[in-house]
Design a protein. Structure first.
Length: 270
C-alpha cells in the first residue's frame, strides 16, 4: 500500500476502534435527562421540612443534579460494588403475590434491598455527613431507576440490554431506547420537560405514594413484561411509531417516579 492508502487504512481502523469503545456496553439507567426530570418533579412535592433537611445534606446541589452521581461514579472502579444497586432481575411470569414473596425474602444486593437499606440509614440522624450525602444521592437515583421498566425485568437478557434494535436507523438496544433515546428524542431540557409533564392531582399523588415499595417494583415488572412481548415481532426497527406508542408511558413513569421519590423523602425527613 502506498503511504496515502496506508494512512487511510489506519484511520478507518482507528475509527472502528474508537466507535467500539465509545458505544456503551451497558448504558446509563434513565439517562441523565430522565433522572433529572424525576428529581425536579420530586423537588416540587417535598415538604418544607424535608426540603430543609435535604439542603443540610446536599447543600446547593439540587435533587435533580444529585440524581446522576450514581451513574457518574461508575467511572471510578473503587465503586464498582454499586453497579448491582441500580436494578433487579427476577423470574419470568410472577404474579403480584409471588413478586411480593420474592422481594420480602430478598437478601441479594439489588435495587429493592438497597432502597430499604438507604431509607433506613438516612433516618439515623447521627449518620456521618459523608455517608448521608452518598446515601441520599444513591436513593434519589435508584428510585428513579426502578421506574424505568427494564430495570425490573425477568432474568435472561440483562434488562433488555441484549435485545438489539435500531433506533431511527442507528444500532441500539431496547434498554437504551428506554433509558435515553425516547426521552432525548423529545428535545427538551430537564426543566422544560418537567414543566411540560408535571401535572398531578393530590388524589393521584396520594394514590401513587400509597402503593407499597413492592407494588412499585411489580408495576415496572409488568410493564417490562408487556414491552418484551411487543418486541417479539420480527421488525425491530424502531422510530416514530414506537415513540408514538410509548411516550405516554415514559412520561407517566417519570411522573410516578418523581412523586414517589418526594413521598419517600417526606417520610424520611418530614
Ligand atoms: Zn442507575
Amino acid at each position: 500500500m502506498r503511504p496515502k492508502h496506508l494512512s487511510r487504512f489506519f484511520m478507518k481502523r482507528a475509527i472502528v476502534v474508537f466507535l467500539f469503545f465509545y458505544l456503551p456496553y451497558q448504558s446509563f439507567a434513565w439517562g441523565a435527562l430522565g433522572h433529572r426530570i424525576v428529581g425536579e418533579i420530586a423537588n416540587s412535592y417535598v415538604t418544607g421540612k424535608a426540603s430543609k433537611e435535604i439542603k443540610k445534606i446536599l447543600g446547593n446541589e439540587s435533587i435533580a443534579l444529585a440524581s446522576t452521581w450514581a451513574d457518574f461514579i461508575k467511572s471510578d472502579t473503587t465503586f464498582r460494588y454499586l453497579n448491582e444497586w441500580h436494578f433487579i432481575n427476577v423470574d419470568k411470569g410472577l404474579n403480584a403475590n409471588q413478586m411480593q414473596q420474592v422481594l420480602q425474602n430478598d437478601t441479594a444486593i439489588d435495587a429493592y434491598t438497597r432502597i430499604n437499606f438507604l431509607s433506613n440509614q438516612l433516618k439515623h440522624k447521627d449518620l456521618p455527613q459523608k455517608k448521608k450525602v452518598m446515601y441520599l444521592r444513591l436513593l434519589i437515583h435508584i428510585v428513579g431507576d426502578i421506574h424505568q421498566p427494564f430495570h425490573v425485568s425477568a432474568t435472561g437478557d440483562r434488562g433488555g440490554n441484549d435485545i438489539r434494535v435500531s433506533w431511527f436507523g442507528q444500532p441500539s438496544n431496547i434498554h437504551r431506547v428506554w433509558d435515553e433515546q425516547l426521552i432525548e428524542g423529545q428535545d427538551l431540557s430537564y426543566t422544560e420537560y418537567t414543566k411540560a409533564i408535571n401535572f398531578t392531582t393530590s388524589q393521584q399523588r396520594s394514590q401513587w405514594q400509597s402503593l407499597s415499595l413492592t407494588g412499585w417494583f411489580f408495576e415496572s415488572y409488568k410493564l417490562s413484561e408487556k414491552l418484551h412481548e411487543d418486541l417479539k415481532k420480527p421488525d425491530l426497527k424502531l422510530g416514530y411509531d414506537y415513540n408514538f406508542l410509548h411516550i405516554a408511558t415514559v412520561n407517566d413513569q417519570l411522573l410516578k417516579g418523581g412523586v414517589r421519590l418526594a413521598g419517600l423523602l417526606n417520610e424520611i425527613f418530614g
